[in-house]
Design a protein around this ligand. Structure first.
Ligand code: MG
Length: 197
């Protein structure tokens, strides 16, 4: 099991589209940034990369690289998910908090939740999307996002268990086999017959 955490902030800028969580929201300002400024996807990307100790978003997509100018941040999440999957993990759940003065996130939260669930390959009820206003912080021109993710080994990680058994000393394997046989109950003639058949 692994946990990952990420956060990000972007400044509002008039006249550009506002994208949060892979969804375009109606607003008169968007988030400035080298990419599309999707603060929530950036925080989640860092959480995913952090959970498998794969570095951070800046290492993979440096702002100095012109390829990422105006880029759709969905590609950042997709790359982070590839790292998660390559490490043998899958997302169990994610929780996020947005901090911004406007627009209100409530009316769009379900849409954002659905999009994040698609990107993280989990059910909607495994993704938390919460929003707060920055009371007393004096940052009304800024959007902040925090994200945590929990990962679990994928089912096909069973190979690891096979390898673990293969490296056990024979006497330990014998003991384990005996325990399993004992817990299965006495070997009655009827059971022996059914095994033979
Ligand atoms: Mg960012």
């Amino acid at each position: 099991m692994r946990i990952g955490y990420g956060w990000d902030s972007h400044e509002f800028k008039p006249g550009i589209p506002l994208r949060i969580g892979g969804v375009e929201l109606p607003h008169d300002q968007g988030l400035a940034g080298h990419s599309d400024g999707d603060v929530l996807l950036h925080a989640l990307t860092d959480a995913l990369l952090g959970a498998v100790a794969a570095g951070d978003i800046g290492a993979f997509f440096p702002p100095s690289d012109p390829r990422w100018k105006g880029a759709n941040s969905v590609i950042f999440i997709e790359e982070a998910m590839r790292h998660v999957e390559r490490a043998g993990y899958a997302v169990t759940n994610a929780d996020t908090t947005l901090i911004l003065a406007a627009p209100k996130i409530g009316p769009h939260a379900a849409r954002i939740q659905q999009r994040l669930a698609e990107l993280l390959k989990v059910d909607c009820n495994c993704v938390g999307v919460k929003a707060k206003t920055p009371e007393g912080l004096g940052i009304d021109n800024t959007a902040i996002a925090h994200a945590v993710v929990l990962l679990e080994k994928r089912n096909d990680g069973g190979l690891d268990q096979m390898e673990a058994v293969e490296t056990l000393p024979q006497e330990v394997v014998d003991e384990l086999v005996e325990e399993v046989l004992e817990s299965a109950g006495p070997a009655t003639p009827k059971r022996i017959k059914s095994y033979r058949d």
